[in-house]
Write a protein that binds this ligand. Sequence first.
Ligand code: ZN
Length: 224
Amino acid sequence: MNVFDSVKQSVTTKQAAEQYGFKPNHSNLICCPFHRDRTPSMKVDERYFCFGCGATGDVIDFVSEVFHLNCTEAGIKLAEDFGIPYEYHGSISKRKMLKKKIYQQTEISEEEKFKKRLVKAIQVCSDYRSMLMELQKRFSPKTINDEWDERFVYVGMKIPYLEYYLDILTFGNQEEQKELLNDKEEEWEKFGRDLKRYMSGNGIGQDATHDITTGCEGIKGCVR
Ligand SMILES: [Zn+2]
């Protein structure tokens, strides 16, 4: 079986995306690597499709575009990275040289590492914003006479901060983006873990409320 068929039968675009640092959310969406994507708009499953820029293709196309490889090189990279056996009709030394070329080309430069961090941060902040909005809805007053739940107020206060981060991450200059990433990345990760935990519960009890406040204090502290 040639390398294209071997790879296409064994690896989905979603698996390749995960392997190369894109984290699909619960709807199998990632931030599109081919346009400046503020909210995850690329669907990855067997193939990929971006609702933002229309980019589409199979797993070979995806890896080829991400790493700037031709189709054969992308196929070989996938086969090697996923341990998939494939037929190669050239000499051993030619194959060796090709593999070397692929790995040299895909070695991540500093610039690319930064871009990856940026894409990840945009995705993380977008996810938080969605989660906060959902929590806000959950705790919103149901009638005009209801008192405002303090969680509703608190969560509502956090959304503009995330909007502000997203603006910098999406439209800021590189210096501002680097500064923001260096300052906030770790706190965002912790905040996200907490938020996900609260979201997965059916309801939010007293303890979780306390945790949310603590979690949000983390992000609040880092805003000012
Ligand atoms: Zn796109």
